[in-house]
Design a protein around this ligand. Structure first.
Ligand code: 5RP
Length: 218
């Protein structure tokens, strides 16, 4: 089975968490794209979605699913999103697709975070995948220097502007043994919009696509 087929297994398995007549929180990425395809098959049974990126919004609308502004919705039952890495305590690195800030906002208004991944994403210690940090452009060099002091090796993601008009620093070389503490530290630097560590708000359910099918951990 290819990695994309495993992503598809996970994406379609998440459909069982979608309640009738609900508004669904929808993340971003290639795994979520499979979930959106699945959502399209039950579009008449749901009210719509709150989306975490322009890319997902476009795909949702293309399938005829209504997309609500996050400010119109006080609470969501479920948020379905992928991850770049996830550990045993369900802390995640996210932001490979540069949508981390909107993802964190939609996750924050959701009761349940359903993380959909293929089985290459599970790790013992977070940090092998470079940690994305969304930064206001004028703070890029300052934040990069602070990240070096933390032992990281930040690289400017050339040519990428986020949906919020900011830039991304990808931090290599971190071994993240205390994800919550690092999330707090990096978020506190002036000019940081969001770090792609989801530790304070980790996943509640993990659906892993494997060659044997989708494995669900609640
Ligand atoms: C986007 C994300 C994605 O969830 C993460 O990058 C995983 O992507 P994919 O499903 O394509 O492997 O955080 O900002």
């Amino acid at each position: 089975m290819t990695q994309d087929e495993m992503k598809k297994e996970a994406g379609w398995a998440a459909l069982k968490y979608v309640e009738k007549d609900s508004i669904v929180g929808v993340g971003t990425g290639s795994t979520v794209n499979h979930f959106i395809d699945a959502l399209g098959t039950i579009k008449d049974d749901i009210k719509g979605a709150v989306s975490s990126s322009e890319a997902s919004t476009e795909k949702l609308k293309g399938l005829g699913i209504e997309v609500f502004d996050c400010n119109e919705v006080a609470k969501l039952d479920v948020y379905v999103d992928g991850a770049d890495e996830i550990n045993a305590t369900r802390d995640m690195i996210k932001g490979g697709g540069a949508a981390l800030t909107r993802e964190k906002i939609v996750a924050a208004i959701s009761d349940k975070f359903i993380c959909i991944v293929d089985d290459t994403k599970a790790v013992d210690v977070l940090g092998q995948f470079p940690l994305p940090v969304e930064v206001i452009p004028m703070a890029r060099s300052y934040v990069a220097r602070e990240l070096v002091k933390l032992g990281g090796d930040p690289a400017y993601r050339e040519g990428v502007i986020t949906d919020n008009g900011n830039v991304i620093l990808d931090v290599y070389g971190l071994k993240i043994t205390d994800p919550k503490a690092l999330e707090d530290k990096i978020n506190a630097f002036a000019g940081v919009v969001t770090v792609g560590l989801f530790a304070h708000r980790g996943a509640d359910v993990v659906i892993t696509g494997t060659p044997e099918g989708a494995k669900i951990e609640e």
